[in-house]
Design a protein around this ligand. Structure first.
Ligand code: AMP
Length: 432
């Protein structure tokens, strides 16, 4: 076929799009009960929003970002005029953009109540395409801005798990992993310890881990190379490096999760890929349906992020979930929302004279909130019945010379094939 979608960028055909829409509706309902408000931020931002927030040495920013530029910049560059094509970038995630917007619009001034925001939309990363890993993918996320207490960490995690359960993923299918990544006081010591550990065994690590030992040694924990993972089993653990404040905060979060009845696994190797994370981090994985890309969502604290955009200290946290992966899990569990039939009622016109009446009745039914459709392809009556079946209509209304003469309609039940004659009022009453 001549025209196809680019690799890693997918069409969401109606049944998949319906699943995504249903998940967004569920998020809206669940998150509202925790006080969250919906926000939309731009699909592209100044690149600096991402380099500052997510970090230049991360894969997402350093390797996977898509830049956005107008043709005029390309022309300028070709003519040797100094111009950068890298000043705007498609968002690879949304926390940075939301944080930027919160600071820009002064939503979280000191003393203000916690700001709770959620979003849904496409993110873009130039990743190597594989099952569950795409270049355009959709995320739903929530951000809890200005919350210092461990109760906020626990609440955000409880909300995330409630959302997954409401979508139809049983708790027994999910593993909640938690960790603390420390803060600016203790994490540098840990980073150095991991760097030293890697550099002391250069022959045991892949070139990529060695290259990043100085810039971002913690990324080694996400290296896909099994031999690197094997060596890292003996690496220093963050839990041994946490300062007193981080340890206490982590302990309180865990206690609250226990109180909420959530089981979780502590995973001292969980170091999420963005620089902005501090202290609590978490990830939800599933056992079945996804293969290697088994994380359906994750997040954590980013106590310093808003300061990067010029705010006063504003401790915050949030999460993002991957909608394509959620749909894959729901499919594997046979729990994906099913697209409803296109029309409850199909209106069949027996001949040309009946067509205007069919058109008018369709409008009346739709106005009454009943989904209705009719023929727009000059089909025979028999062929219209077939279409009604294909559309999954529960009823067909038949309009012919007799019905026109009597000012009534024949209603056919498509399941038991019974028929009755009704006027418009009775029809709407019965179908509504
Ligand atoms: P992150 O923004 O990397 O913390 O990812 C949060 C969630 O988004 C992950 O747990 C995945 O479910 C999903 N996700 C991340 N990257 C991709 C991708 N390239 N394709 C599909 N889903 C993704």
């Amino acid at each position: 076929m001549a025209f196809q979608n680019p690799p890693g960028v997918n069409d969401l055909l109606p049944s998949a799009a319906f699943g995504v829409q249903s998940a967004i509706n569920t998020a809206s309902r669940i998150f509202a009960s925790y006080g969250y408000r919906y926000i939309e931020t731009p699909m592209f931002e100044r690149t600096e929003v991402f380099t500052r927030g997510i970090g230049e040495a991360t894969d997402v920013v350093g390797k996977e970002m898509y830049y956005v530029f107008p043709m005029s910049s390309v022309a300028q560059l070709a003519e040797g005029e100094s111009s950068s094509l890298a000043s705007l970038a498609l968002r690879p995630e949304s926390t940075a953009g939301v944080a930027r917007a919160v600071v820009q619009h002064n939503l979280a001034q000191p003393g203000a109540p916690v700001v709770k925001l959620w979003y849904a939309g496409s993110m873009f990363r130039h990743e190597r395409q594989q099952k569950g890993r795409y270049r355009e993918f959709r995320q739903i996320g929530a951000e809890c801005i200005g919350a210092t207490e461990p109760s906020a960490d626990a609440e955000v995690i409880v909300m995330l798990m409630a959302f997954f359960e409401e979508l139809g993923i049983p708790r027994s299918q999910m593993v909640l992993k938690v960790n603390s990544m420390g803060d600016e006081a203790c994490r540098p010591l840990y980073r150095n310890a991991v760097r030293d550990f890697i550099l002391a065994r250069p022959e045991e690590f892949c070139p990529e881990c060695l290259r990043r030992a100085d810039t971002n040694p913690l990324r080694a924990f996400d290296c896909k190379n099994p031999s690197c993972q094997e060596v890292l089993k003996a690496a220093p653990r963050i839990t041994d490096y946490l300062c007193d404040e981080c340890s206490t905060q982590y302990a309180l979060v865990k206690e609250l999760l226990h109180t909420a009845g959530l089981s979780f696994e502590e995973d001292s190797r969980l170091v999420r890929g963005f620089d902005y994370y501090t202290r609590t981090v978490f990830e939800v994985q599933v056992h079945h349906g996804l293969g290697a890309q088994n994380a359906i969502g994750g997040g954590g604290r980013y106590d310093k992020l808003l300061e990067e955009y010029g705010a006063k200290p504003t401790p915050s946290l949030g999460f993002a979930v991957g909608l394509e992966r959620i749909m894959m899990v729901l499919d594997s569990l046979d729990a994906a929302p099913q697209l409803p039939p296109r029309a409850k009622v199909f209106i069949a016109a027996v001949d040309e004279e009946a067509r205007p009446a069919a058109f008018i009745l369709a409008s009346a039914l739709r106005t009454a909130g009943i989904s209705a459709d009719l023929d727009h392809q000059a089909r025979s009556l028999k062929s219209q019945f077939k279409v009604a079946d294909k559309l999954g209509a529960s009823f067909t209304v038949i309009i012919g010379p007799d019905e026109l003469a009597q000012g009534c309609y024949t209603l056919r039940n498509m399941t038991d094939h019974t028929q009755q004659t009704l006027n418009q009022e009775e029809l709407i009453e019965l179908l509504g």
